[in-house]
Design a protein around this ligand. Sequence first.
Ligand code: HEM
Length: 413
Amino acid sequence: RRLLGTAGAAGAAGLVVGGGAGAGVARAVGDGPTALTTVGSAHIPFEGARQAGIVEPAQAHGHLVAFDLAPGTDRKAAAAVLRRWSDAARTMTQPGNPEVTTPAAYDDQVAYDAGPSSLTVTFGFGRSFFGRTGLTAHLPEALAPLPDFAGDALDPKRSNGDLWVQIGADDALVAFHALRVIQKATGDAARVRWQMNGFNRAPGATAHPMTGRNLMGQIDGTNNPKPDDADFQQRIFVPEHAGGGAGSSASPAWMAGGSYAVVRRIRMLLDSWDHLSVARQEKVIGRRKSDGAPLSGGTEFTPVDLDKVGPDGALAIAGDAHIRVAAPASNGGAAMLRRAFSYHDGIGTDGAPDAGLLFVAWQADPVKGFVPVQRKLDGGDGLSRFLRHEASGLFAVPPGCGPGEYVGQALLE
Ligand code: HEM
């Protein structure tokens, strides 16, 4: 259970603590080596109707990497890459000993004595992929470029890309190893366009609060859609009747069961932020910093009361508070699953940390999820003066695959 509680989203469909029997977990405290009975042995199956790495809690270590196809790489060659990637991910996520989890062809022994450590490897296609491979007839409408936002300061070299891979694991070496294996499995067919590294709290670092904190110190992820919400599947995943059905006419049939990932590298202006008193910081978000409770009262998971007026006659949650401006109620019901990693790329020449959030938001249709919310935040969010959006990507993440199949097969064959 400890593993489930270490990161934002509730519910961990597909997460299996290795070893089968619960005995391994029970032994975790003060009884000899624990790595492979807890963090190391937890595994998330690669195969399934949905790709792994979307609904499971974000892991302690993440790598986001985009590739551009080499000139001349056609649909067939791209299909071969996705097959090699899927086979490698399938192998690395196996439960069991390292001989099983290391693809022999790319073995560098970096993860040699480690278990899968909740490794997930998730694959997506950028808009430019379709033109390069002659597949424009299959380009989802939902992959229309994101609009420009007033607060954007985007670096095109670190944005978009033909292919996108999200790697997450609760062990840094396992995550790095997966990245190396994926890069080697690409061969000459594609080159890395950009890569970003992120992290979250390590499993077991705290028993409470159960939702992770970001680098501003806030508990982040509380009001995410939950897998047991009645409308969770339809908000996050493209319905099976894609290609004309209600709710997702912007997606072709090959995306049924898939999702769209919006990726934003959001720099936090931490020096300015740290100058605010905790009370001011709480007002900017609309929640208490210590325990994440909304300023309208209660505890972390108490529903937010946006109409509540305090004893001073003012709204308990300010007009420009982040949770008011971002709330589905303020955006025609728009919702997305936020599954972020923090990043820290050192201290800049100005002495300020180059740090923030690798924001990854999942939804069945970005035009109904991220876009309206970011439009609203861009104009009137008290938090935005402490943020700078530095890179952006939008990727179509197809459904998962079964035994012998590869991710993206319905598009590429
Ligand atoms: C809620 C922080 C960017 C959408 C929250 C919460 C925090 C937070 C602390 C309250 C806890 C929670 O419910 O998760 C941040 C930080 C950001 C950021 C530090 C940038 C570095 C964004 C962006 C979007 C967004 C870019 C979408 C375009 C939301 C939504 C909620 C939320 C939808 C839930 C609102 C509700 O229904 O209560 N965010 N956020 N956030 N944020 Fe952000």
